[in-house]
Design a protein around this ligand. Structure first.
Ligand code: AR6
Length: 172
């Protein structure tokens, strides 16, 4: 597997699957979720509604992942996953790692060859970037997956620099 870093907008990635930092309602929100639904159009939300009605009546649990169409995005699928809200009193890193593993498992089941991830939980869900980046890179490196091309799409220079330093073996 090759891991690459991109500075930019995840909705512009030409990949098989784009991962959405969703919430368990699957009904949209801000950040990456807002951008994906805005650019991808209403087809994505329609499929999310059907998933809520069929498999996820109580919502998609934190750490799990599910795929829908990518609508008008230049991708084939959106894989929605729910990151944990950061907590100072509880270690929720296993749930964050699970988002990456489960997204790659769904990508495998679809036959996706390229997957773009945002830095899950590092926006509205409040996770410190260095900690989240460490968990993300370790989870992806250790995942049992046949996806050959994994891309992290970072929204600003600081996030990109944090991932770059860790990817090249730095301690930060
Ligand atoms: N492309 C790439 N990265 C982005 C983009 C983009 N277009 N927009 C924001 N980021 P967030 P979370 C970065 O808040 O913390 C939603 O309301 C952003 O700078 O999107 O998992 C959902 O519905 C940050 O580093 O996701 C949930 O309720 C990272 O992506 C909640 O937010 C993740 O930020 C999920 O919060």
């Amino acid at each position: 597997m090759e891991i690459t870093l991109v500075l930019g907008d995840i909705t512009e990635q030409e990949v098989d699957a784009v991962v959405n930092a969703a919430n368990s309602s699957l009904m949209g929100g801000g950040g990456v979720d807002g951008a994906i639904h805005r650019r991808g159009g209403p087809e994505i939300l329609e499929e999310c509604r059907r998933l809520r009605a069929s498999r996820y009546g109580k919502g998609l649990p934190t750490g799990q992942a599910v795929a829908t169409t990518a609508g008008r995005l230049p991708a084939r699928w959106v894989i929605h996953t729910v990151g944990p809200v950061h907590s100072r009193s509880q270690d929720r890193s296993e749930l964050l790692a699970s988002c990456y593993r489960e997204s790659l498992r769904v990508a495998d089941s679809l036959g996706a060859r390229s997957v773009a991830f945002p830095a899950i939980s590092t926006g509205i869900y409040g996770w410190p970037m260095d900690d989240a980046a460490r968990i993300a890179l370790e989870a992806v490196r250790q995942a049992e997956t046949s996806v050959p091309d994994v891309r992290f799409v970072l929204f600003d220079d600081r996030a990109h620099a944090t991932f770059a330093s860790l990817l090249s073996g730095g301690d930060l």
